[in-house]
Design a protein around this ligand. Structure first.
Ligand code: NAP
Length: 260
């Protein structure tokens, strides 16, 4: 078994997941980089993290698929012998934003199967592994972090399947926080606002948020960076919140604050 703590980060080839890997590498974690389609980007993440001197492995796997999830977890334990941190970061948006009066079932299933069902069952599988490792005294106080979204509580009627998936993910955090506390496994939700990544790169999405920001969208009125989200995950991963579980960390420039 490797000496360093091990983090399994889903959707780590690009964007927020990549930044999380870098911050966790800096914090001394060995990293398992998961990606779905983009091996080249995953290799770039590996390069960035290896340059920090951290140990890294890559594993392809579609988290919406049970056999892939099982393989991902087995690969991590085979290579490292432990999992101390699961970061459920992988997530997708609908291909096209569609009014909820028109949403098609295929898009609904695609988004829910990845963002909610895949994350739920990956968490279940990893939690069982963590419990076994705790009981055999191989690890202490592992943690789970779910990357949700401001969309978990902010309705967008042309983005329904995504909003529902993230609202569900907030409950996944609460459920596992309650269930896993007896084992010393804390579960957290990190809730980003508008973050500059490939997900928000399409010109129409970018223009929409640029317009909102120029009208004064949030108290800290700028685009968020993947590094802003990674900083919150790293603070959790380094054990600064031992008496908090099910907690939501907003990384949104204060968007969630009601104000007049
Ligand atoms: P992104 O740039 O589009 O990257 C998505 C990542 O998820 C990629 O690494 C992708 O892998 C991976 N992925 C997609 N489907 C997967 C699957 N089925 N199995 C495994 N990996 C999969 O997205 P991002 O903006 O960094 O978003 C990361 C997380 O933050 C998501 O959960 C997203 O919902 C959430 N979030 C983002 C924002 C924002 O404004 N960007 C705001 C709030 C919350 P490949 O490279 O192989 O495709």
């Amino acid at each position: 078994m490797i000496e360093q703590k091990v983090a399994l980060v889903t959707g780590a080839s690009r964007g927020i997941g990549r930044a999380i890997c870098v911050r966790l590498g800096e914090a001394g974690y060995a990293i398992l980089i998961n990606y779905n389609e983009n091996l080249g980007a995953a290799e770039e993440t590996r390069h960035l993290v290896e340059n920090l001197g951290a140990t890294v492995e890559i594993c392809q796997g579609d988290i919406s698929c049970k056999s892939h999830r099982d393989l991902l977890v087995r690969f991590t334990t085979d290579r490292f012998g432990r999992i101390d941190l699961l970061v459920n970061n992988a997530g997708i948006a609908p291909h096209v934003r569609t009014d909820i009066l028109e949403t098609d079932e295929e898009s609904f299933d695609r988004v829910l199967n990845t963002n909610l069902k895949g994350t739920y069952f990956l968490t279940q599988t990893v939690a069982r592994v963590m419990i076994g490792l705790i009981e055999s005294k191989a690890i202490e106080r592992p943690a789970i972090v779910n990357i949700s979204s401001m969309r978990s509580y902010t309705a967008a009627a042309n983005y329904g399947e995504y909003c529902i998936s993230k609202a569900g993910l907030s409950m996944v955090t609460k459920l596992f926080a309650v269930r896993l506390a007896e084992y010393g496994i804390n579960v957290y939700e990190v809730s980003p606002g508008i973050i500059e990544t490939d997900m928000t790169a399409p010109a129409n999405v970018r223009a929409y948020y640029d317009e909102k920001l120029s009208a004064g969208l949030s108290p800290i009125n700028r685009w968020g960076k993947p590094e802003d989200v990674a900083a919150a995950v790293a603070a959790i991963a380094t054990g600064h919140f031992p008496f908090s579980t099910g907690e939501v960390f907003h990384v949104d420039g204060g968007w969630h604050l009601r104000h007049l």
